[in-house]
Design a protein. Structure first.
Length: 679
């Protein structure tokens, strides 16, 4: 027996009528898109935004569409770029962001009525069929698009004329007509993707830069007193000569006296011990004041100006916590957490205790006042010429606060850069990046073998993470002296420098790295012996065994070869020795000269080698050698012919043949090559 089809259940809520729509086109899976458009992607001026989308409709009609973009809040009209079809209903188009700020973009698609008509007309005409009716349909389509356009009206008249059908079909197939009809397309029933997506465009330094961390108080000839900003200025020319772009300072604020830490984190300080700069606040003030031993705010302003004259930008460490002596403790006790007995809780990471630091309570009854005060800290220092901030432990503060605060600061200072110092779980680090942090610390310090680095960098540069999380590879920090550096000697410092500076477009070192300082406070610890966090350290910057020359050369190479100024374009290559890490960097699309912002003088000097190749020995203790594979077919080289590579580190040249070539890296001599092909 024939079964009756089930009744179609009415899905419309009671009391509402169905409203038919002419929107037949589906636009979905637009990429890049972060969390359904909740967060923007990130770019710097001159970088492309390559957008893909799945676009399809019912039936067999042809489709057309555009990628639309504009500067948010400033441009009311969209700039449109036609979509190009890929395979499997995927479409793509791209645009280049030109200036710092915020852009928005979306995709609009529609039924291509003219293209669909033309496809049917041509098929019938080529089959020798009569197309009189089709030509009249085409004339109506062209007429509808012809408002105010003489050429289209003339074509419409031709299509409906009594001239021979082949002549009229030829007119319909004219490429110029197709261009005109595309420009005047009938977008009735078009579909625009929602929500509108956003791009945060940060200054070039957000993408590319070399950071150098220093303690101004150690710039003193007298270990019994703090160095001043005036004395610290004397270090700036050498830092600039090593090729750094950013000089980064730990907190420069007054240091509390209560529970002040002594050398090596001792709980019993001497009367003249300087304490930890992260125990912020004293009678002299808090986060908008300067530690008296360093000088005054005016002295700091002069330090910033001197750095700027050397093409160095100053970055400040912002740590939102307070010593027991901070004015906030007296003026706003509600901003801190209290024990049942009414005392304020100090920071703890059991079994460690930090009696000299009070964490802030973001669940405070006066959260609005706290948020406003903290935002004001950034604005104060931005007003004194600092727009780069390294934020201490942001993962211990409210995510919502960061999303609000960073947006507020960037509203007044669009070129502000925020570096997230959060060595924590991956999802937390990623969310901070989504929330607005411009750059992020990474696990680079703990990825030392070739397989570890290959896996980690593949994640950072080939997954969705690359759209919003910019890594900054610090080879060491005042808190982290990895065992690799402790036990690897000078070769370890050399190879980690090269890897940090070439794998990442942004990297940094903490002062003392150039002297290969590698003594930990105790076995198994990553803390430095006689850490500069708790005492003044006077160094001989020209001590034997320093690697200043290598640092300067690597930074010079980074400035000369654009491929190293991006995280895009990273590719790993094969080797028959697991200790050898082989990779290349190539220019990303639209990354050629003149398309990335920067000073004209720099643009003229920069070279645009299609690829820079790096081979590194990740074993600082032993000679490693083997064969590495070069992608000769991609490079247009013969699989059996010879070519010459030049090591940019020392100018040595080697004649290689074909895809597989031999390298030998002995820690006594060198730990890495940075090659370009010279012919």
């Amino acid at each position: 027996m024939r079964r009756r089809a089930p009744a179609v259940r009415d899905e419309v809520p009671s009391g509402r009528t169905v409203e038919p729509t002419h929107q037949r086109v589906i636009v979905e899976h637009v990429r890049p898109e972060i969390d359904g458009g909740r967060f923007p992607i990130k770019r710097t001026p001159g970088e492309p935004v390559v957008v893909t989308a799945d676009v399809f409709a019912d039936g067999h009609d042809l489709l057309a569409g555009v990628l639309k973009y504009r500067i948010a809040g400033r441009e009311s009209e969209w700039t449109e770029v036609p979509l190009s079809a890929l395979d499997n209903d995927s479409w793509t188009a791209s645009f280049i962001v030109a200036e710092v700020g915020r852009y928005e973009y979306t995709v609009e698609a529609w039924i291509d009525r003219f293209g669909s008509w033309l496809k049917g007309l041509v098929a019938k005409a080529d089959a020798g069929q009569d197309v009189a009716s089709e030509l009249l349909e085409g004339a109506a389509l062209v007429d509808a698009a012809a408002t105010g356009h003489h050429d289209l009206r003339a074509t419409a008249e031709l299509l409906r004329s009594d001239r021979a059908q082949p002549e009229r079909v030829t007119a319909a197939r004219d490429a110029n007509l197709g261009v005109l009809m595309q420009a005047h397309a009938d977008r009735t029933g078009s579909t625009t993707y929602a929500p509108t997506l956003a791009v945060t465009v940060d200054p070039e330094r957000a993408r590319f830069g070399a950071w150098y961390e220093m303690f101004p108080r150690s710039c003193t000839p007298d270990p019994s007193r703090s160095g001043t900003f005036r004395e610290a200025e004397a270090r700036l020319p050498e830092i600039a000569s090593m090729g750094f772009d950013v000089v980064y300072l730990p907190p420069i604020h007054p240091i509390g006296r209560s529970f002040r830490k002594g050398p090596n984190n001792s709980l019993v300080p001497e009367p003249d011990d300087p304490g930890s700069p992260w125990a912020i606040g004293g009678p002299e003030g808090g986060h908008t004041a300067v530690e008296p031993g360093l000088g005054t705010v005016a002295d700091f302003d002069n330090f910033v100006q001197t750095a700027r004259s050397l093409r160095l930008q100053v970055a400040l460490d912002i740590a939102f916590q307070a010593s027991p002596d901070h004015p906030w403790v007296r003026e706003h006790p509600e901003w801190f957490r209290h024990r049942p007995d009414g005392t304020i809780k100090y920071a703890e990471n059991p079994p460690k205790k930090y009696q000299d630091i009070y964490p802030l309570d973001f669940d405070s009854t006066d959260a609005a006042g706290l948020w406003t005060e903290l935002k004001g800290v950034f604005l104060f220092w931005a007003g004194h010429g600092v727009t780069i901030f390294r934020v201490d432990n942001p993962h211990t503060k409210s995510f919502r606060f960061w999303e609000w605060c960073i947006a507020e600061v960037k509203r007044e200072y669009p070129d502000a850069i925020f570096l997230s110092e959060a060595f924590t779980r991956p999802k937390v680090m990623r969310y901070l990046a989504k929330s607005g942090f411009t750059q992020s610390y990474t696990y680079f310090t703990w990825r030392n073998s070739a397989p570890e680095l290959r896996e980690y960098l593949t994640e950072l540069t080939t997954t969705e993470v690359r759209e919003y999380m910019r890594p900054n590879f610090f080879a060491n920090t005042p808190d982290i002296l990895h065992e690799y550096l402790q036990h690897g000697g000078r070769p370890a410092f050399e190879v980690r420098l090269v890897l940090a500076a070439t794998l990442g477009a942004s990297y940094g070192i903490y002062s003392g790295y150039e002297l290969c300082e590698n003594v930990a406070v105790r076995p198994g610890s990553e803390e430095y012996l006689d850490s500069e966090k708790y005492q003044i350290r006077i160094r001989d910057w020209n001590a034997p065994g320093n690697i200043k020359e290598l640092i300067a050369r690597v930074n010079q190479i980074r400035r000369e070869y654009r491929a190293l100024q991006f995280n895009e374009g990273l590719r790993f290559h094969s080797s028959d020795n697991a200790a050898l890490l082989c990779f290349s960097k190539s220019l990303p699309r639209s990354g050629g000269p003149g398309q990335i912002s920067g000073e004209a003088a720099d643009e003229a000097r920069q070279r645009t080698a299609p690829r820079v190749f790096v081979v590194a020995n990740t074993d600082p203790h032993h000679l490693q050698h083997g064969w590495i594979e070069m992608p000769v077919s991609e490079l247009g080289l013969s699989a059996v012919g010879t070519y010459v590579v030049e090591d940019l580190l020392d100018g040595a040249r080697y004649t290689w043949r074909g895809a597989w070539n031999y390298v030998r890296l002995d820690p006594v001599e060198r730990m890495a090559h940075i090659f370009v092909i010279v012919n």
